[in-house]
Design a protein around this ligand. Structure first.
Ligand code: SF4
Length: 204
């Protein structure tokens, strides 16, 4: 079997030509994903915003900076031990929600990313991703931080970092979810944390 990195690069190249839905019309870049192809933890958002569209990388605007801070707080890093992608790979105009039919078409790319990476844990960033991946009627304000197992994969919905920027009073609860995620990683993952970090975390 080809190396995961090569498989993802192939998919990235293919998706960069995708015109399967109307979102291709206004894009600067197809925002495929970023991270370690061998990640055990995958974060899924809903779709690229303006900065992401311009730079071709998910979560690089203000919400992305907050996400990176939250990842750092639990010893995660987008370039080291997680993978980040979105439900739709092209920016919806004026940052509107991706339409169900757009999600339906584009999720084929995400399925192919899952098939290569095969994460043990999926973290859904916000309602749209959680509704698509975990359950359609999710109430994100109430159910964030809960853990479910689906298809052999552990899944957790969390509040979207953009929502946290709008409602800073929700940040402590969101941070608790990340601490719960860290515990889940310690219990279920083999190589997300290096041995030294794992030792420190287990004894703290
Ligand atoms: S959003 Fe997805 S399906 Fe639509 S054009 Fe972009 S890559 Fe293709």
């Amino acid at each position: 079997m080809k190396d995961k990195r090569i498989l993802l690069e192939d998919l990235d190249r293919q998706s960069s030509q995708c015109t399967r839905c109307v979102l291709c019309r206004g894009r600067h870049n197809v925002v495929f994903g970023v991270g370690n192809p061998d990640a055990e933890v995958m974060f899924i958002g809903e779709g690229p915003g303006e900065q992401e569209d311009l730079k071709g990388e998910p979560f690089v605007g203000k919400a992305g900076i907050l996400l990176d801070k939250m990842l750092t707080a639990v010893d995660l890093d987008r370039h080291k031990n997680v993978y980040i992608a979105n439900i739709v790979k092209c920016r919806p105009p004026q940052n509107r929600d991706p339409q169900p039919e757009e999600q339906e078409v584009c999720i084929a790319w995400l399925r192919r990313q899952f098939a290569v990476i095969r994460p043990k844990i999926i973290v859904c960033l916000g309602r749209i991703a959680a509704a698509r991946i975990i359950k359609p009627d999710i109430r994100i304000k109430k159910e964030h931080g809960t853990i479910i197992k689906k298809g052999g994969v552990l899944m957790m919905p969390v509040l979207h970092p953009a929502a946290l920027l709008r409602n800073p009073s929700d940040k402590p609860g969101a941070f608790e979810d990340f601490l719960r995620l860290q515990k889940l990683i310690i219990e279920n993952c083999d190589h997300t944390y290096d041995e030294e970090t794992l030792h420190i975390l287990k004894n703290s």
